[in-house]
Design a binder for this molecule. Structure first.
Ligand code: TXA
Ligand code: MG
Length: 341
């Protein structure tokens, strides 16, 4: 199959281009499209063969459920039942946006929800995604990458992974948030974070009074809590996170990287500590976690194409820990305090 690539300006969405993409979706094809978090790989939730193709193209285990993407927040209430009283407040505050809500499903899906009685739903805050969903209807859409790898934040990343395996890629430029949405379970009395993201437990608690923070589940205990059963976000390079004070982390990384074909994910605060001979990417200012998350995946991909070892400084975030979560997952849990070197 030849992948069609169409450029779409998010500030002035060409509805004719989206009509072409929507007709591909409605005839059972797959379209990759930009959202504010990462690029998604969309299929109509009503075409079972298309949803199966998502799993096949991504090599994704079929017991890992997908997020249903909607373009109208009120659809959430049509697609779910027994919603908790606080849910309308969350929808009012964060939809559209980088928050996925897991609730009891009002219907069964032949494929996509992994046989669960819950459904994960999100309304993306991106004009291209919203226009596509408006025209094609609700879509299942995981991140548009090979399963277990790094999520794509540009159309070039999508093509790198899925060229000639999807019918169409809508190129709407780089994703502003840069990491996947927060996933929150809203089936209980208090919302509970299953996957940390740009919307934090504190953000949710400030709207509904309380929110259970993300707790890394014990592997294989509950496969559906944010996909922890599977290796995620991982580069091919051998990666390690060095925690502790940033200056100590930088010094430890310089020693660890010595003599290796290595690259470093550093921050504005530590860039100058590294010798010019080293391959070092500045993720941004530690006080601007939203900048760091916007740069994270493209930087990981860039290093992964060049080096055998990646060292990352730990990022302590007051704001929910989403970047550190992704760094640790990319390193397959390999983290060490700087003081130990
Ligand atoms: O930002 C995002 O969420 C992106 C864009 C494209 O919207 N999508 C995305 O999808 O990251 P994916 O498939 O890569 O991640 C979906 C996560 C998985 O960890 C999955 O296990 C979880 O959501 N999930 C889906 N349905 C669930 C359910 N019913 N209960 C618990 N977790 C669920
Ligand atoms: Mg994914």
């Amino acid at each position: 199959m030849n992948t069609i690539v169409k450029d779409v300006d998010p500030l002035c969405v060409d509805k004719d281009i989206i009509r072409e993409a929507a007709s591909i979706i409605l005839s059972g094809g797959l379209v990759a499209f930009p959202t504010e978090t990462v690029y998604g790989l969309g299929a109509s939730c009503d075409i079972e063969s298309a949803v199966r193709d998502i799993y096949a193209v991504k090599c994704r285990p079929t017991d890992n459920p997908l997020i249903l993407h909607i373009a109208d927040a009120s659809d959430f209430f049509k697609l779910t039942v027994n919603t908790a009283g606080y849910v309308p407040l969350l929808i009012e505050a964060f939809c559209p946006g980088p928050l996925t809500l897991v609730a009891k499903s009002a219907r069964k899906y032949a494929c996509g929800s992994a046989g669960l009685d819950t459904i994960a739903i999100r309304m993306p805050n991106h004009p291209v995604a919203l226009e596509l969903i408006k025209q094609a209807g609700a879509m299942f859409a995981p991140s548009a990458n090979i399963s277990g790898g790094i999520s794509p934040t540009t159309a070039a990343h999508v093509l790198n992974d899925l060229k000639d395996r999807v019918h169409c890629v809508l190129n709407g430029g780089a994703c502003a948030v840069g990491i996947e949405s927060t996933v929150a379970d809203v089936t209980g009395d208090v919302p509970r974070i299953l996957r940390p993201g740009a919307v934090t437990a504190n953000d949710i608690a400030s709207v509904v009074g309380a929110c259970d923070a993300f707790v890394e589940p014990i592997a294989n205990n509950n496969p559906f809590s944010g996909g922890i059963k599977y290796t995620r976000y991982a580069p091919k390079a051998n990666m390690r996170v060095v925690t502790g004070h940033p200056l100590a982390a930088a010094q430890a990384i310089i020693r660890l990287a010595h003599g290796k074909n290595a690259g470093v994910l550093a921050t504005a605060q530590t860039m100058n500590l590294y010798p010019n001979s080293m391959i070092v990417i500045n993720l941004g200012d530690r006080d601007r976690p939203e900048k760091i998350s916007a740069n994270l995946y493209k930087s990981l991909r860039e290093l992964d194409a060049k080096v055998d070892y990646i060292f990352a400084e730990g990022i302590d975030e007051a704001s929910g820990g989403a970047v550190m979560d992704r760094l640790l997952k990319a390193a397959r849990g390999s983290a060490m305090p700087a003081e130990e070197f």
